[in-house]
Design a protein around this ligand. Structure first.
Ligand SMILES: C[S@@+](CC[C@H](N)C(=O)[O-])C[C@H]1O[C@@H](n2cnc3c(N)ncnc32)[C@H](O)[C@@H]1O
Length: 313
């Protein structure tokens, strides 16, 4: 498995429903969900539906539910490059059985027959792929007059702005202050030698680093996770083993690294006004006509680019 697949796999195996799952119950989560239901109803004709770069398949599940409510029996495919978590707790029993899941597969080469899809949807997924090749692949599997409906990252959206801030914080934690090493060094020294001049020095170093991170970044969630772990380990320093200290800090560091990589990836694939125009030209080259290109704004602010194209006959 390559690096990209492994840090997304780590995320999906944790059981997240979608990268928007935190906001599922918020007003704008409902707005986005309603928008998808309307589009699935409007554009799904005879033929199958595909959720491209589906993650744990939140949108594929929604497509199943919308189609079932309409008493339609279209096939629903869901594809992702990483190993997704297929579990009735995540997708629900009906969608788990109904959807034809295609995990661990690059969207450039879909194991789907030509001209059999009426609609492909993607929620913050398509932009992560090799978009030019995937457009060509989609032009093979979508039948004439079928549609693509994609929500893609906008480099000015509130999600991207927030991610850029978080990215800087994690970069500082992991690569500049090396805060996980500083935490581990103090705990191991305390475990081995108890309070000494060395532990005092390590404690001061760690405090300075924590203070620097606290003062310089607004989003402190990653920092608080580390501080909570540090407090827990300090409180149990007598009973906990050296191996346990090492493994708990390493696990948190690995999780932070994966989060950092996902943020880095997301920032790099988001579309600006200039690059979205180039993307629309790529659609055109593969015979997809633009139906809609708009900045999707929710009650919270700009969320992303909303793209609808139709394959010409
Ligand atoms: C931000 S997540 C979005 C997942 C899902 N659509 C959602 O809304 O929760 C991006 C996904 O794109 C997938 N991905 C990246 N490159 C891909 C490729 N070449 N083919 C298929 N999926 C890919 C990643 O594995 C990841 O699950």
């Amino acid at each position: 498995m390559d690096e990209m697949a492994s840090y997304w796999t780590q995320y999906w195996q944790g059981g997240a429903k979608s990268t928007l799952s935190d906001i599922d119950k918020s007003a704008y989560g409902i707005e986005v969900s309603n928008k998808w239901s309307e589009s699935i109803k409007e554009f799904c004709q005879q033929g199958a539906v595909l959720d491209l770069a589906c993650g744990n398949g939140d949108l594929a599940v929604q497509a199943c539910n919308v189609l079932q409510a309409l008493d339609k029996h279209n096939d629903v495919y869901a594809n992702d490059y990483s190993e997704i978590m297929l579990d009735k707790k995540v997708q629900g029993e009906f969608a788990l059985k109904k959807v034809k899941w295609i995990p661990s597969t690059d969207a450039v080469n879909l194991p789907i027959e030509s001209n059999c899809l009426s609609l492909a949807v993607s929620q913050f997924g398509f932009e992560y792929t090799n978009t030019n090749l995937v457009i060509q692949e989609l032009s093979r599997v979508i039948y004439d007059n079928g549609h693509l409906c994609f929500l893609v990252h906008h480099d000015d959206s509130f999600i991207c702005k927030q991610s850029k801030k978080e990215f800087k914080m994690y970069q500082d934690m992991l690569n500049v202050t090396k805060i996980y090493d500083a935490t581990k060094n103090l705990l191991l020294e305390l475990k081995i030698t108890k309070e000494t001049a060395i532990t005092e020095k390590l404690r001061t170093t760690l405090n300075n680093k924590l203070g620097h991170l606290y003062d310089n970044y607004d989003d402190k969630s990653g920092l608080f996770e580390l501080i909570n772990l540090l407090k827990k380990l300090l409180a149990n320093i007598e009973s906990i083993s050296i191996d346990e200290i090492e493994s708990s800090i390493s696990t948190l560091e690995r999780q932070s690294m994966a989060h950092f990589k996902r943020l880095e990836h997301m920032i790099s694939v988001s579309f600006s006004r200039e690059t979205i125009e180039q993307l629309m030209l790529e659609f055109k080259k593969s015979n997809f006509m633009q139906v809609k290109l708009e900045e999707l704004t929710t009650s919270v602010g700009l969320l992303g680019w909303w793209i609808i194209v139709k394959k010409q006959s």
